[in-house]
Design a protein around this ligand. Structure first.
Ligand code: PRP
Ligand code: MN
Ligand code: MG
Length: 186
């Protein structure tokens, strides 16, 4: 059937789990950014779902922006090369920037963005990621805030994709191995 839940092996973070994470991180960020007028930058496309839920729990005056950065590889393996596809609209000079990510994996994407925005004169550049796959880290980069660590499994949903699909699942789940296998044999 076309029911997209069928590609999920098991749910890792339910809608309730995610809401709880957003509440907890939002509360922390509300304290840490009080009086700071942060520029909150969601990283397209993975961070879209998390960005909207997280910032609804941040009770501070802020500006929202987006940028699109891709680590290009073969669809599910990061290559280490990062490309800037769509730049942020705002001038980041002297701004307190908060990058919002769905997941930090090798760290290449986050390191690229932190370096770029720091070079442009941002006052601070921090990152809040829903998930932190520490086992896969290749760059020494700090994930300042995160919802949860995750094991080295292929996760999809709530912004996270497989071949640019399944982002709209309202929870995060582990992809069935046979779904990857079917694509490899295609
Ligand atoms: C994914 C994810 C992070 C990045 C993490 O984005 O959303 O931005 O990879 O991987 P890294 O730590 O190994 O760099 P992707 O480039 O796949 O684009 P997307 O957000 O549009 O899916
Ligand atoms: Mn991304
Ligand atoms: Mg992706």
């Amino acid at each position: 059937s076309d029911n997209i839940d069928n590609i999920i092996d098991r749910v890792l973070f339910s809608q309730d789990d995610i809401e709880e994470i957003c509440q907890r991180l939002g509360k922390q960020l509300t304290e840490d950014y009080a009086g700071k007028f942060p520029l909150v930058i969601g990283v397209l496309k993975g961070a879209v779902y998390f960005m909207t839920d997280l910032t609804r729990h941040m009770n501070v005056k802020m500006q929202n922006d987006f940028m699109d950065v891709s680590s290009y590889g073969d669809g599910f393996e990061s290559s280490g090369k990062v490309r800037l596809d769509i730049d942020v609209q705002a001038d980041v000079k002297n701004r307190d920037v908060l990058l919002v990510e769905d997941i930090v994996d090798t760290g290449h994407t986050l390191k690229f963005m932190k370096d770029l925005l720091t070079k442009r004169g941002a006052k601070s550049v921090k990152c809040c990621a829903l998930l932190n796959k520490t086992e896969r880290r290749e760059d020494d980069v700090v994930v300042d805030y995160f919802g949860s660590k995750v094991e080295n499994e292929f996760v999809v949903g709530y912004g996270l994709d497989y071949l640019n699909a399944y982002r709209n699942l309202p929870y995060v789940g582990v992809l069935k191995p046979e779904v990857i296998q079917a694509n490899l044999n295609r």
